[in-house]
Design a protein around this ligand. Structure first.
Ligand code: M6R
Length: 612
């Protein structure tokens, strides 16, 4: 979950690294640090807290054209200056940044201590610096030292190191699924980082390290080997992400900007996968998965957090359109429950980043069982796209806010279209049905734009929710995942305790919580289930609980019944989740701002979760 970046080139490294760290800060913000090399001098600055603390502490005269930087999400050792990366070896000639966990750090630390190494921090990372020092003392250069060290450390991780003995060289390794390593090829300058956000301001010409690979990076280029020493030809590609999407522009927060980008993001996702005239689907990145779809007899969708909620909707779409039995699971549960999977099982992983370790480990289980795998991902070249047989790219653009918004709605429409594609492969959909679905989808970006334009109307709801300590979100059918997502948005950025439930569950326990200070958000846009939602709302009100309804435009009865309402445009019932979730995102945002919370960097969280 930490952000790591290294630079080797012809420009001063400090401003480049600081800028890159700001682009990576969403990955963790417990502490940050930078090390730069200038001939035979090494200068390190690190501070607890956000990049701003590092920036004010950094010595303006620290110069050097090679350096590394780190922003930390603490795993081993509390957030402090001392535990901040980079970490150095005893002789202070080797310096290391790290993302992931050295699982055998305890025995390594003990053994290194017995051989005279002195530890300055409580981190697992520091073992890597001392191991590199030992390998270099034994005669290895930095690259070789990291390759050998990679064989001594266990667990999933990414490392970047540099040494006073080889100024101008960075060594980087990717071991397991704890985090990506992207190498960027600039003009006489190279960058290596945990993700594209830090590379794109310098270059769009990139290569990704795979699990078990080590790279030697100099201003002139990169050489890659496997941990066991075989050379690996680098596959460079030009990534099409526009760096402008990484800027906040007129918006005070990335989250608000990304909520507003949804109409365009949805249109980009829809029309990258389909055309209306003629009605057709284009899944160009399905690769070998395409040929296996007709034989699929079961689908399991996996994801975590917001992506799990998108997967829950995907499950409903797949069962409805393709009539293939589908289930949904957290990646973290799927991995350990010895699931029943075979070559006719289709595993659909959903991950905005494509780097979530719980999802990647679940994919490894599915792969071992011979399943066909498709990943729904927003990040070009991410690890899930390299593990899966085929990819469905969402085209939402870079998402920076820790709270996922546009990537949720884009994943939902990508799954909707993929369900239609599977239905085609199974011979379960006619051309006229496809045309009808696509016609409805074509209306969606406009409907979402209308929801956003009505933002002022939701402010009263936000003001009311901001006073609450707890809130319940209820929905039936396709509104159930929306309820879960609405609750997640509220709790993760405003710290109000919120739970999302299937509305039918309410009377089996949660109803005991209902009282005047406990608001319920009832998503009542699913017309087939509307009467049942009306009953649930009446049951809550009979016990003195206030109800905020999310209702379709023109639903006078529900508007009169609820204490507050959010009205959303009428769209096809399959697409209602997308129009209902947007006001819940806006309300969560306004509540968080009202309560003075750090919207884009909520406490304890990180955008990409690369530890189990
Ligand atoms: O990158 P992923 O989609 O795999 O991330 C999964 C979750 O960590 C993520 O959706 C998380 O729940 C969101 N930040 C919540 O808004």
């Amino acid at each position: 979950m930490c952000g790591i970046v290294g630079y080797a080139g012809h420009r001063q490294a400090v401003p480049i690294l600081l800028r890159a760290l700001k682009d990576l800060e969403y990955r963790g913000y417990d502490s940050a640090g930078i090390a730069v090399l200038d001939g035979d001098s090494l200068s390190i600055t690190k501070r607890q807290g956000k990049i701003a603390n590092l920036e004010s502490a950094i010595n303006a005269t620290a110069s050097g054209t090679v350096g590394i930087g780190h922003t930390r999400w603490a795993t081993h050792g509390r957030p402090s200056d001392q535990n901040a990366h980079p970490h150095v070896s005893c002789d202070e000639r080797v310096v290391v940044i790290h993302n992931g966990i050295v699982e055998n750090y305890a025995p390594l630390r003990e053994a290194l201590g017995a051989r005279g190494h002195v530890f300055r921090s409580e981190t697992d990372t520091e073992t890597v610096a001392h191991l590199l020092e030992e390998e270099m003392r034994a005669g290895a250069d930095l690259f070789e030292a990291l390759r050998r060290t990679a064989q001594r450390i266990e667990g999933s991780q990414a490392v970047v190191a540099m040494s006073l003995d080889e100024p101008g060289v960075l060594a980087a390794a990717r071991l397991g699924n704890a985090g990506g390593v992207v190498i960027g090829f600039g003009d006489g300058e190279m960058v290596v980082a945990s993700d594209l956000a830090a590379v794109l301001p310098i270059t769009q010409d990139v290569a990704f390290l795979s699990d078990g690979q080590v790279a030697r990076v100099t201003p002139k280029g990169a050489e890659v080997r496997t941990v066991s020493g075989e050379p690996v030809p680098l596959q460079r590609k030009r990534v099409p992400i526009d760096p402008v999407t990484a800027l906040k522009g007129q918006y005070p927060h990335f989250m608000l900007k990304e909520i507003h980008e949804q109409p365009e993001a949805l249109a980009d996702t829809i029309w990258s996968l389909a055309t209306l005239e003629p009605p057709a689907l284009y899944f160009d990145d399905l690769g070998p998965a395409a040929d296996r779809l007709p034989d699929v007899d079961r689908v399991i969708l996996i994801g975590m957090g917001t992506s799990l909620h998108a997967a829950m909707l995907g499950q409903r779409y797949i069962e409805a359109f393709a009539r293939v039995p589908a289930s949904v699971d957290n990646g973290s549960e799927f991995r350990y429950r010895d699931p029943v999977v075979d070559e006719r099982t289709l595993v659909v992983s959903v991950s905005q980043s494509g780097e979530t370790v719980d999802v990647l480990e679940a994919m490894a289980v599915a792969r071992a069982a011979g399943a066909v795998q498709v990943t729904v991902c927003n990040t070009e070249g991410a690890q899930t796209t390299r593990v899966a047989d085929g990819t469905v790219y969402t085209r939402a653009g870079l998402e920076r806010g820790v709270a996922s918004t546009k990537c949720f709605s884009s994943a939902v429409v990508a799954l909707y279209l993929f369900a239609l594609r599977l239905a085609q492969a199974k011979g379960r959909i006619s051309q006229s049905e496809l045309a009808a679905h696509l016609g409805e989808l074509a209306q969606l970006p406009r409907a979402v734009a209308d929801v956003i334009a009505n933002r002022e109307r939701y402010r009263r709801v936000a003001a009311r929710l901001a006073q609450a300590q707890h809130a319940l979100f209820l929905g039936r059918g396709l509104a159930h995942p929306v309820a879960m997502e609405g609750a997640l948005k509220l709790k993760e950025i405003s710290y109000i305790h919120a739970e999302g439930y299937a509305a039918g569950e309410m009377k089996h326990g949660p109803i005991a919580l209902i009282e005047p200070a406990f608001p319920t958000v009832a998503i009542a846009t699913q017309h087939a289930l509307r009467a049942k939602m009306v009953s649930n709302i009446e049951q809550i009100q009979a016990r003195g609980g206030p109800v905020i309804g999310v209702v379709s435009e023109g639903d006078e009865e529900l508007t009169a019944l609820c204490d507050e309402v959010i009205t959303v445009p009428r769209v096809s019932s399959w697409l209602e989740p997308v129009v209902s979730v947007v006001p819940l995102q806006l309300v969560a945002y306004d509540v968080a701002v009202h309560r003075g919370c750090d919207v884009d960097q909520p406490r304890n969280l990180a955008k990409t979760v690369t530890v189990e």
